[in-house]
Write a protein that binds this ligand. Structure first.
Ligand SMILES: [Zn+2]
Length: 106
């Protein structure tokens, strides 16, 4: 008789993690990216948009990694993004660093 060891098998980590390389503690803020209905990727500021989502922290390096040629984001969201979109998202991450979220409403 085999017993499933819940403890070792299902590692449900309630904490969201940045899908780039870093390990995220709750110290870091995470930005949710969602697959847009029309294709492509959108930044989900509210964190409540429907659809497949992936999280990135506010570390620009992670955006570069996630959006880079490794295709992590595309794999995570099962979509493809254009070069243009990639640039837009990278710009967004730069803005985040200069002006953290939670100031300007939308
Ligand atoms: Zn990260």
């Amino acid at each position: 008789m085999r017993r499933k060891s819940i403890n070792s098998l299902s590692r449900h980590v309630p904490q969201r993690t940045c899908f780039a390389f870093c390990r995220v503690g709750d110290k870091r803020q995470l930005i949710r990216l969602v697959k847009a209905s029309g294709g492509g990727v959108e930044v989900d500021r509210s964190g409540r948009a429907k659809g497949r989502g992936a999280y990135l922290c506010t570390e620009p390096d992670c955006w570069r990694t996630g959006l880079g040629k490794s295709g992590r984001l595309e794999r995570a969201l099962r979509t493809s993004i254009t070069q243009e979109e990639c640039q837009r998202l990278l710009q967004f991450s730069k803005d985040l660093v200069e002006r953290p979220t939670g100031g300007d409403g939308k």
